[in-house]
Design a protein around this ligand. Structure first.
Ligand code: NAP
Length: 305
């Protein structure tokens, strides 16, 4: 059965990933967009969310691609209108916002799916399966990318609620929390803030269980998205943001594209709606909140796009 869906916030990720993923999936029909400026050719476009909800009761599913700061009122309105709801990562600006949405979705009897696209990367499930019966001795995340390349001109990432370098870093934490065979908690953090910005541009994190992380948004040239794990059965590494798996130094899964992640998110949404379930795992966001609670502050040069 084809389901009608509306995309809200037609910007970078909606156009790069959500629109192509929906176009390729026969289970979904992109029936409307809601965005102040963005449009998708051939799709009915609204600029106001309340007007959309009133005009299109036939569209039962809404997918929010807005930045986290403006997202909550849209999410609340969608759930109150009885629509199933899918959230881009991170699912909100605060944990409490998402707890409120979870309670509302349950009360309304609709699906809430807080997506983590990096968990859908090709090598994440095989890495989780391999680690399941191993003892982790150490793990280190290196997540270094160029904010100017991935978020050109997006000042919201440096505003309160934008999470700064945790916007990509939470992708690494979504993979870490998926693959590790044991829970970890943050014990220390150093956060580096540009002197003219509200959120960090770099972060060094220490967790229980010998787990550490190095996030930096100032890396030009080749980008680095690695999770390296030492176990009682030797080393394992996830590279390319979870798309390549190496065990004992040899590649066992290899894929260098994130194009597969969003189709898998929409397939998962189909399953959740069909089974009347929700999926909201806030463990990656708990680590970010803890880093912002425990972090020591360093100040660095001003940052301008
Ligand atoms: P974006 O392009 O800056 O924003 C998406 C759209 O949201 C904008 O084009 C804008 O559309 C609308 N919007 C922005 N601020 C708004 C506001 N205050 N009120 C109402 N609408 C507003 O952001 P993005 O890069 O697509 O990221 C959106 C989300 O996807 C974030 O949570 C991000 O973490 C996640 N994500 C991004 C990437 C990436 O590569 N950029 C990758 C994976 C996930 P209108 O002006 O038309 O209203």
């Amino acid at each position: 059965m084809t389901r009608k869906i509306a995309l809200v916030g037609i910007g970078k990720i909606a156009l790069d990933q959500h629109v192509p993923a929906l176009a390729a999936d026969p289970d979904w029909e992109l029936a409307a967009t809601v965005s102040r400026h963005g449009r998708v050719e051939g799709v009915e476009a609204f600029t106001d969310f309340a007007t959309f909800l009133e005009a299109r009761p036939d569209v039962g599913v809404v997918s929010l691609c807005l930045p986290p700061q403006p997202r909550y009122p849209y999410a609340e309105a969608a759930l109150r209108a009885g629509r199933h709801l899918m959230l881009e990562k991170p699912p909100g600006q605060t944990l409490a916002e998402v707890h409120a949405l979870q309670a509302l979705a349950a009360a309304q009897g609709v699906t809430l799916y807080a997506t983590w696209h990096s968990r859908m990367a090709e090598a994440v499930a095989p890495a989780k399966a391999w680690l399941a019966d191993k003892v982790v001795k150490r793990a280190h995340i290196t997540w270094r990318e160029d904010v100017r390349k991935w978020h050109p001109g997006q000042d919201w990432v440096f505003e309160p609620g934008g999470m700064g370098v945790f916007d990509p870093g939470i992708n690494a934490l979504s993979v870490l929390t998926e693959i590790l065979p044991m829970p970890v908690h943050l014990t220390a953090a150093t956060l580096t803030f540009p002197e003219n910005r509200q959120t960090p541009i770099a972060a060094d994190l220490t967790f229980s269980g010998g787990v550490t992380a190095d996030f930096d948004w100032r890396q030009e040239g080749p980008q680095t998205w690695n999770i390296e794990v030492d176990t009682d059965a030797g080393p394992m590494a996830l590279r390319l943001g979870g798309n390549r798996l190496e065990i004992g130094g040899a590649e066992v899964v290899g894929e260098d594209t994130i194009m597969g992640e969003y189709p898998k998110l929409y397939r998962r949404m189909t399953e959740l709606v069909d089974s009347g379930a929700s999926e909201v795992d806030l463990s990656p966001m708990v680590h970010v909140a803890d880093a912002l609670t425990l972090g020591r502050r360093l100040v660095t040069d001003p940052f301008r796009f």
